[in-house]
Structures are given as C-alpha cells and as structure tokens.
Write a protein that binds this ligand. Structure first.
Ligand code: SF4
Length: 206
C-alpha cells in the first residue's frame, strides 16, 4: 500500500510533455517565420538569420507576405535559437529580418546580447525608420534594449517604385544602412559602394 507521501507525489507528478511545455516559458519564445543557419545575402559575411513572424507595415510588393500574420509562424524558444546558433562555426553574426523584428524586441535583444557575448555581430532589418524607433523606445524598454544591441540597422519600408537589385542588402533605395556601434562601422565598411549603383544613405552614429 502506498504511503501518504508517495500518493501525494504521484498525484502532483507532471507528465514529461507537461514538463517540456513548462521549461519553455511563453515569455522566452520567439514567433518565427523561419530560421536560416547560413546566409550570405542578409548582411555582410556568413550570417545566421531569424525571419520573425508578424509585420504591421504591409508594404506593396513585399516579398515575404507569409510573414505578415501576427499569429502565424512557429514559436521557438530562446534556448533553441542559441543552441542552433552555437552549431554554426562559420557565421560572423546574426541577422533579424522579417516580418518586423521590433514587434518582438525584448526577446530578440536577449538573443542579440548572447550573440555579442559569443563575439558575433548583430544586423537588424526594420520597416520603421530609426527616428520612429527612438520615439517608440521612450515607452518600450524592449525596443530600447534591441536598439542598444544592434550594430547595423537597415531601416525603412520597402518601396516598390524604388526597388533596386544592384545595391547589396537593401530592397529599395530609400532604405538606409545605419551603423549604431563600432562593430556596425566594421560591418558598414564591408558593404561595397557600387560606383554606378543607386545612392544608398549610410550613416555612422558612433
Ligand atoms: S516591412 Fe518587410 S516584411 Fe513588412 S511588409 Fe514591408 S517588406 Fe514586407
């Protein structure tokens, strides 16, 4: 016959499935459209890329309309992202693209911080302009934190009439390459200026 404590322990014991669910807390999950472990087209060098799910901008001609739905994609834990990142010895850093990464700024800031601790750099694409993000950051600690962890920001919505295929790492010529840190300066220096290509604004903030 089971004693009191054994019966109690059995009553409250969690199933392995339940334990697995609980070890990934909702606030540690990122909603992703996809994850690419090695890319050379999402920023300078070989990069690990998170395509976040959810975008409010709805730019006409967007190439990733499947990333717009706020409740689409897959939830992936912070730990799982880092585990996959750590398995890529050849990547220079991480890129957050979208979707709109700043919708999930707090958790992405933690990923970016972990990548910095590992010696990597951080490129972030956003449909917002930096000035708007700075305004939003006054009331949003996550946005402030992600701006603080961003080395190179590629900002602005995609504008179909300004679409350009020639300039590296931008979709349309209104988008800007903004170095927000010393590492960002190094990244910017690695992006060639094409003599006959469209003029892409480059700004260094440090
Ligand atoms: S910001 Fe990017 S993902 Fe969002 S609609 Fe514009 S091009 Fe598409």
């Amino acid at each position: 016959m089971l004693d009191y404590w054994e019966r109690r322990e059995r009553l409250f014991r969690k199933s392995p499935e339940k334990e697995k669910q609980e070890e990934i807390r909702p606030d540690q999950q990122i909603r992703l459209a996809s994850m690419i472990e090695e890319s050379i087209v999402d920023g300078p060098g070989m990069r690990f890329v998170l395509f976040t799910q959810g975008c409010p901008h709805r730019c006409p001609g967007c190439h990733n309309p499947q990333t717009h739905a706020l409740n689409g994609g897959t939830m992936v834990s912070f730990e799982r992202v880092l585990e996959r990142y750590d398995r890529q010895p050849h990547v220079r850093g991480i890129t957050f693209s979208g979707g709109e990464p700043f919708l999930q700024a707090g958790l992405l800031a933690k990923v970016a911080e972990a990548v910095h601790q590992r010696g990597g750099d951080v490129v972030v694409y956003t449909g917002y302009q930096l000035e708007r993000l700075q305004e939003l950051a006054k009331g949003n600690a996550g946005i402030l934190a992600l701006l603080g962890e961003t080395d190179l920001l590629i900002d602005g919505r995609f504008v179909q009439e300004k679409r350009c295929l020639e300039a590296p790492f931008v979709g349309s010529s209104n988008q800007r390459l903004l170095a927000l840190s010393l590492l960002g300066n190094l990244l910017l220096n690695d992006i060639p200026v094409l003599p006959n290509g469209p003029a892409i604004e480059r700004v260094t903030y440090c």
